[in-house]
Design a protein around this ligand. Structure first.
Ligand code: CMP
Length: 141
């Protein structure tokens, strides 16, 4: 596969519960390198872009309300096979169904408040990270 980038967001409940360090520690220890990271309060426009594929679904309004309810931490991460590796590492969407030891199982509260969002493909990475980061904010090192 080679080195790949992915995009993740620590959701408002993770920031509110002061779990930024805990989650970033787990991600770094799993072998991901942080290339960009910031604390930001997403606008409705950013939220609608992020979740545009879910427009029209029953949970869409709750999703938008939640992700704009407080500060979040978007980040760009690099690792071998990063997209798939991070998805596996964070666990299933529903924390109750996620594997023991995963971020969502250990720290998620509900399907909506599932601690962290991660891009589900390289195309999603490309689209999603640009909603929050300018090219020069992603550091190559
Ligand atoms: P996330 O990875 O941020 O991507 C879409 C989000 O929709 C997902 O995590 C969940 O938080 C949220 N969601 C809420 N309800 C559902 C549902 N019934 N099925 C899938 N996702 C849901």
């Amino acid at each position: 596969m080679g080195l790949e980038r992915t995009f993740a967001i620590l959701k408002p409940e993770t920031v509110e519960r002061r779990l930024i360090g805990e989650v970033v520690k787990r991600i770094e220890e799993a072998g991901f390198k942080v290339l960009a990271l910031k604390l930001v309060w997403a606008s409705r426009e950013q939220a609608e872009k992020l979740y545009e594929v879910h427009l029209g679904k029953p949970f869409y309004p709750e999703l938008i309300n939640h992700i704009t309810s407080g500060p979040i931490v978007p980040m760009v991460l690099e690792a071998e096979n990063a997209v798939e590796k991070l998805r596996t590492f964070i666990g299933a969407t529903d924390p109750a169904k996620a594997e023991p030891g995963t971020i969502r199982r250990d720290l998620g509260l509900s399907i909506t408040k599932n601690a962290i969002h991660a891009a589900d493909s390289h195309e999603s990475y490309e689209r999603e990270h640009k909603i929050f980061f300018a090219t020069e904010e992603i550091l190559n090192y």
